[in-house]
Design a binder for this molecule. Structure first.
Ligand code: PLP
Length: 345
């Protein structure tokens, strides 16, 4: 049986700051199963990771904040979409560790709705007392990182010691390590409950969560298929990104590659009309999870992922065991009040 601490390369020797309440529960979703005429549907409640409304980014931040503290940093800098959960949680983690935080919010979603710009995660960013910067482009990852470095340079001149969490690929994928560890947690929990999952479904955005989970499973000898649901870019762009991420994780952990290219499975059926925008199937998935299980999805990541999960659950063996990873993001619901009020009827 996989031990909670089955060794995975250098994983347990790297700097890490505990921010997470773990293990997060794995719960069955019998009512959702009944609505689809099947059984075997489960959810990993990573919306309950404990810090400032929770979500997957808490696991990722344990390694970034660990590295920042090891360098003696006093300020965290991060960039993301206006309604970014990562940004909100980085600010909360910084505060919890006695640091300042600078958040750069990118115009990634074409929405002029004042609720989108001020409510949800943005409201929490402000409550956390973060310094907020605007960035006019949502697709220029390198440019957004460069701008963060300019802000960091300004802070250094004032005697501060900033730590930058990068957005663009090409940097050590520290965030993915949180999900390498989560793979051990899932295997340990499921073995204890006598459960063997046939499939895991997870959101695939930057790819840290998806690549980390896949790497972690393979590293401890599990072959469970993982399907990533594209929330940010189409499958033909996301697959190579994940393959590179898995290679970078191996390098970071001082291990041989354990993920084969064919292990990387992504689906982009619900990406349209684009990042941060919902189609009808996505809204229907959000409503179905809420009405059958009292589970609240977010409009940007988990509702899209739930729509993909439902497609698979409707088409595969109705007795197979499927795990949906709920990665959180619920504060963004309040930024989509207009669309969701209309959809809720
Ligand atoms: C709630 C939520 N789920 C999923 C994701 C996607 O995770 P990743 O960027 O690791 O692919 C994000 C990314 O911000 C998120 O905020």
């Amino acid at each position: 049986m996989t031990n909670r601490l089955s060794p995975v390369g250098a994983l347990d020797t790297l700097p890490r700051k505990q921010l997470l309440s773990f293990p997060t529960p794995i719960e069955e979703m019998p009512n959702l199963g009944a609505a689809l005429g099947r059984s075997g549907l489960y959810v990993k409640r990573d919306d309950l990771t404990g810090l400032a409304f929770g979500g997957n980014k808490v696991r990722q931040l344990e390694y970034y904040v660990g590295a920042a503290l090891a360098e003696g940093a006093d300020t965290i800098l991060i960039t993301g979409a206006v309604q970014s959960n990562f940004v909100r949680l980085a600010a909360a983690a910084a505060r919890k560790c006695g640091m300042d935080c600078h958040l750069q919010l990118e115009e990634r979603v074409p929405k002029n709705d004042p609720t989108y710009k001020q409510s949800g995660n943005v409201l929490i960013d402000r409550i956390l007392g973060a310094t907020i910067h605007a960035y006019p482009d949502g697709e220029d990852e390198e440019g957004a990182d460069r701008r963060l470095h300019e802000i960091a340079e300004g802070l250094r001149k004032k005697g501060r010691n900033p730590y930058v969490i990068h957005l663009a690929p090409g940097h050590a994928p520290l965030g993915a390590l949180g999900y390498v560890d989560a793979a051990r947690e899932i295997l340990f929990q499921s073995a204890g409950a006598g459960l063997e999952f046939d499939q895991i479904v997870v959101a695939s955005g930057s790819g840290h969560t998806h690549a980390g989970l896949l790497f972690g499973l393979r590293a401890v000898g599990s072959g469970i298929p993982v399907t990533g649901i594209c929330v940010r870019r189409p499958a033909d762009q996301q697959s190579p990104r994940l393959i590179s991420r898995c290679g970078e994780i191996a390098e970071l952990l001082g291990m041989e590659p354990v993920v084969r290219d064919e292990d990387v499975v992504v689906r982009d059926d619900h990406l349209a009309p684009g990042y941060g925008r919902m189609n009808e199937a996505v809204i229907a998935a959000l409503k179905l999870a809420a009405e059958t299980e009292g589970l609240i999805m977010d409009p940007v990541y988990t509702a899209k992922t739930m729509a993909g999960f439902l497609d698979i659950a409707r088409s595969n063996d109705p007795t197979s065991k499927m795990l949906f990873v709920h990665t959180g993001g619920t504060p963004a619901l309040f930024a989509y009040e207009k669309e969701l009020t209309a959809a809720a009827g």
